[in-house]
Design a protein around this ligand. Sequence first.
Ligand code: NZQ
Ligand code: ZN
Length: 393
Amino acid sequence: MVDFNYFAPTEVVFGSRSEEQLAMLVRKYGGSKVLVHYGGGSARKSGLLDKIERLLREGGVEYVMLGGVVPNPRLSKVHEGIGLCRREKVDFILAVGGGSVIDSSKAIAYGVPYDGDVWDVYMQRYTPVTCLPVASVLTIPAAGSEMSESSVITNEDGDVKIGYSNNLSRPKFAIMNPERTYTLPPYQTAAGVTDIMMHTMERYFSHDGDMNLTDAVAEALLRTMMECVPEVLRDPENYRYRAQIMWGGSLAHNDLTGCGRIGDWATHQLEHELSGMFDVTHGAGLAAVWPSWARYVLKCDVSRFVRFAVNVMGVENDFTDPEGTAVRGIEAMERFYHSIGMPINIRELIGREITDAEIGEMVRKCSHGYTITQGQFKVLSPEDLTAIYNLAR
Ligand code: NZQ
Ligand code: ZN
């Protein structure tokens, strides 16, 4: 077990009446003029934005609005938000949406007090020392950004998608009303759960596996997500299952399932290149890559994959053939992905064969011009990254 700091300062306000507390929470965390930041229209269509405007008005909180955040949020929208916040003297950012809107909000929050270009933060040319407070009204359980220290932004200039992590940007509060997720299309529901599970799996596949409590929490979370997703695909307005998925999304990425170990995160890095280049849904991209990553790294610790196969995927343990058991666990995950409409390779993800040149470009970006490795479970060189993309094609 490795030493760890566990820091999860976000106030979670969960339930069907949680939105009513909005104005009180904004004031509690120091907001007097709010940027309400949102996406492409789902929050307007559902009536959520109208309700938020009403709650802020009734609560005596001033606000300005900025919509138009797209999935895989763009740097240009972040620049627009920074300009608006400065002009309007905004002191608090409220994200209404999912990971893309929250990440765009975090980037704006870094950018407002910084004189240079906020892209410097993502390129690690500048370390922020302060940022505006951020909070969210979550509408899709997936990225876990509502409690995480991370944000991922795409610079359209070169289609580069880069994440940055800093505790400064951990949201002050997260309002989570499972009813708001009833309108999610099946694909977004399934991709969201895939991302939630992957946040746990990235932490689970580690060589610091002597933290049985953390393992047990992670395994329970993974099994619960797998039980819930078919239920909500069948019955989108099932509060009980929607609620468990929503809470699971936060627990999966607030580091609870990673205490005592160093996570891997190679699948995420491999995926960020796919969504940066092809603008695909992040969770679906993860499903397209993970089985190939798993097969490629399996031999680094077969017993870890056996535990996953047995405790998570319900595979019978064949003690005479540990590797066979481990592989059957990966195959079971592939069947699960297909059962919820997720791809298991890049062809299924983008609808065509990927080219060698495209793989080469992704490897170049993923290895920062062949200067860094990725992953911890197996440290991956650019050659390894190429091999995994080829397995996944
Ligand atoms: O834009 P609108 O119209 O709101 O539509 C969104 C969007 O098209 C729609 N949606 C959201 N809530 C809805 C809804 N549609 C109907 N009803 C609702 N209640 O869903 C689509 C996807 O939204 P998005 O915010 O992109 O989803 P997600 O939460 O999966 O976020 C993905 C982004 O987060 C990043 C990903 O890379 C990706 O850019 N990540 C951020 C992380 C973090 N900050 O900690 C970690 C993750 O690993 C991930 O990398
Ligand atoms: Zn993710």
